[in-house]
Design a binder for this molecule. Structure first.
Ligand SMILES: Nc1ncnc2c1ncn2[C@@H]1O[C@H](COP(=O)(O)OP(=O)(O)OP(=O)(O)O)[C@@H](O)[C@H]1O
Ligand SMILES: [Mg+2]
Length: 117
């Protein structure tokens, strides 16, 4: 149990649904899960507990929405990409390009092969 948190109770069905989505995603069937509930009902905590049940080697990325973000296309996706490529403010484009290329090619040798043909 993480420090400062009450013992996690209940939510078996919700956790099972999240784990089921994870299992499907793992075998290549991408999943989207929506979580909706009253303020304070436990959405963030459920996500926190779920994250901690994932294997360490599992890549976990977060993207955030903001209530005035509707006019910004792909906002949460950009967040995900920024964290995956570790893009920092003011970084030089060349450095960034190099890192992105390495990460993308590192995902699967098939990708590198496609680009080298
Ligand atoms: N299943 C649970 N067992 C124990 N404590 C819980 C559980 N769910 C939530 N809590 C506790 O209740 C409090 C509120 O939960 P949480 O912040 O996850 O709610 P939320 O739905 O994300 O709220 P908001 O809509 O305001 O973001 C937290 O202190 C959290 O640790
Ligand atoms: Mg919350």
């Amino acid at each position: 149990m993480a420090r400062g948190l009450t013992r996690f109770v209940g939510r078996e069905n919700s956790m099972a649904a999240l784990m089921e989505a994870y299992e499907k995603a793992k075998i290549g069937t991408g999943q989207v899960v929506g979580m909706v509930g009253e303020a304070g009902v436990g959405k963030s905590r459920l996500l926190f507990e779920f994250k901690h049940r994932l294997p360490q080697e599992f890549g976990y990325l977060e993207g955030h929405c903001i209530h005035y973000g509707g006019a910004m296309p792909y906002l949460p996706i950009l967040d995900l990409l920024r964290s995956y490529f570790e893009i920092r403010e003011g970084e030089r484009e060349m450095v960034l390009r190099k890192r992105m290329k390495e990460r993308i090619f590192g995902l699967d040798s098939i990708i590198a092969d496609l680009f080298l043909i």
